[in-house]
Design a protein around this ligand. Structure first.
Ligand code: 3PG
Length: 214
């Protein structure tokens, strides 16, 4: 996965059952954290743009962990998309959707999983050519029942539910035909990173392999 060929959102979603949502407070954690996830079979890493260190963390992982694919999360503007691409991100995830962000990601060659929580947002993303979407915040905004309701009118859209997803409820979401993968922060607990407990992160990642869709 070290090549810089462009990825599609579907490829990002199909690589593993769970895309980890990662908040990095310390640049020194970036590389061991990424290696720990890769050791557990999780290569698509969503590094959220929520801390001042996020871009530096992406650069480190892109340079030092070639088995990982760096993604940027919390992309909310064209500037975020440009900065993420420059830092080595190859895909992006947004908590909501605007055409500005959609265009910016295309301009810099980043696959995008746009965040949606309503039918109108799905239609706006579809108008701009996006059919693989993040449902956020999934469990707070209707969970599996919402995904079932959307499968009628939005029969051609596939989702990555994120927000309130855990190892316990992921299987129910992944059993739905319009769900390709889920996203969640539970694979990378802050206390494990602070303690340097990389084995725990590898174990949490490895557990998610049992969620693989048939
Ligand atoms: C987020 O963007 O914070 C993600 O949705 C993660 O949510 P979670 O912490 O509930 O997994």
């Amino acid at each position: 996965m070290s090549t810089s060929t462009s990825l599609t959102a579907l490829q990002v979603m199909q690589d593993a059952p769970v895309i980890p949502v990662i908040v990095l407070q310390d640049v020194a954690h970036a590389v061991p954290m990424a290696r720990a996830l890769v050791a557990g079979g999780v290569r698509m890493l969503e590094i959220t743009l929520r801390t001042p260190q996020a871009l530096a963390c992406m650069e480190r992982i892109a340079a030092e962990v070639p088995e990982a694919v760096v993604g940027a999360g919390t992309v909310r503007s064209a500037a975020d998309a440009a900065a993420a691409a420059k830092a080595g991100a190859r895909f992006s995830v947004s908590p909501g959707y605007t055409s500005t962000v959609g265009r910016a990601c295309k301009d810099v060659g980043l696959a995008l999983l746009p965040g949606v929580a309503t039918g109108s947002e799905i239609m706006m993303a579809q108008e701009d050519g996006y059919t693989e979407l993040k449902f956020f915040p999934a469990m707070q905004a209707g969970g599996p029942a919402m995904l079932k309701a959307w499968s009628g009118p939005f029969f051609d859209v596939r989702f990555c539910p994120t927000g309130g997803v855990t190892q316990a409820n992921a299987a129910e979401l992944l059993a739905l035909p319009n769900v390709v993968c889920v996203g969640g922060s539970w694979l990378v607990p802050q206390d494990a990173m602070e303690a340097g407990d990389w084995a725990r992160i590898t174990a949490l990642a490895a557990q998610t392999q049992a969620l693989r869709k048939a």
